[in-house]
Design a protein around this ligand. Sequence first.
Ligand SMILES: C[S@@+](CC[C@H](N)C(=O)[O-])C[C@H]1O[C@@H](n2cnc3c(N)ncnc32)[C@H](O)[C@@H]1O
Ligand code: SF4
Length: 374
Amino acid sequence: MEIYIHIPFCKRKCAYCDFASYAGVSPEGRRDYIAALKKEIRLAGEKFRDRRIDTVYIGGGTPSLLSGDETADITDSLAAAFPLFSPEEITIEVNPESTDGDKLKSYRAAGINRVSMGVQSLDDRNLVAAGRLHNAEEALEKLRLAGEVFDNVSCDFIIGLPFDTPEAVVRELNAAAALVKHISVYELTLEEGTPLTLSAARGETVLPSDDGVAELLETAVDALAAKGLGRYEVSNFARTGYESRHNFGYWTREEYVGLGVAAHSFFGESADSAKARGIRVSNPRSLAEYVAGTAGAESFDSLPRASQERVEGREAEDEEIMLGLRTLRGVDGQILRGRITPAVARFFESAGEGRLRLTRDGLAVMNSVLAEIL
Ligand SMILES: C[S@@+](CC[C@H](N)C(=O)[O-])C[C@H]1O[C@@H](n2cnc3c(N)ncnc32)[C@H](O)[C@@H]1O
Ligand code: SF4
């Protein structure tokens, strides 16, 4: 089982971001949140006492707003709550401006062994347009620092920002690739109602065209391959042996428990039954509702939920296809039988052992292929 912990605090909201994260939470609000989180950890540990915990991911929001002590409080609570707590990978997401050497060392002392930094771009004009609080120089300096404290460092980029060009993407990814083992490259999603989406709709911000973004993504794939970071999932690139184990759990439909505001979980009656008959739940998105509801709960099953659904039969199979086809490992060819139409057959190739995956061209049009076969 994988554990996800959500830290919903940010210094300021970025112009593109629609994640459950809040700026301006008071110190008391933050303390109450961590207390609720620790209670939820305890209840989850009771429910899943027989599950081996393989990975932990502390994501956000901006987990690097946590002090070393707060982080150790969370990792200690996890170790105390889950009897079979033996994670190989514990990741924390950090933002450049709230990262420094002492903090990184205190995270390492708290058991963290992987850091994922939100760089997004190394063009200062893009960083301003995106509402980020760091500049390119600071991002590179903090990546270097992270590499001195941790062996396993990753960073995130967003492609499709206003000043992206193929030449700039190659230059920026080369600079980052020299400092890290893993890079995630996401295509900009224009989330409804965010400042960037509104500004683009008014014509004040001019973004690359869809074809332009597709070209930028292909350029990114080549640039990273040339630096030894192979594509193992549609948006993820790593040096051999540094693929994210936590994300691999999501893509292979392992059980995971998400703790904190707006977090999602997926689990079965037993560890073995989740794939065929799973339950997916999500936590409330409102901080107040999460904190009050968690304080009043006596068991994991009575925690407040925003949604709850069973995933079985054809829906479970569709999920396996949708997630598996994102990866180099692909999916079992048997599940795809009768689904691949002549229109999309050319986008599939063998992944060995009876498995099929999308070709590079297939990954570029993944959503259309999925719409055809699901
Ligand atoms: C939820 S964020 C948390 C990471 C951290 N707070 C940061 O921003 O550096 C995780 C990643 O999602 C990506 N992301 C967030 N919003 C996005 C959007 N609208 N389009 C594409 N990628 C996005 C960014 O690359 C970001 O690093
Ligand atoms: S992208 Fe990261 S730092 Fe920016 S608002 Fe979203 S969660 Fe916070």
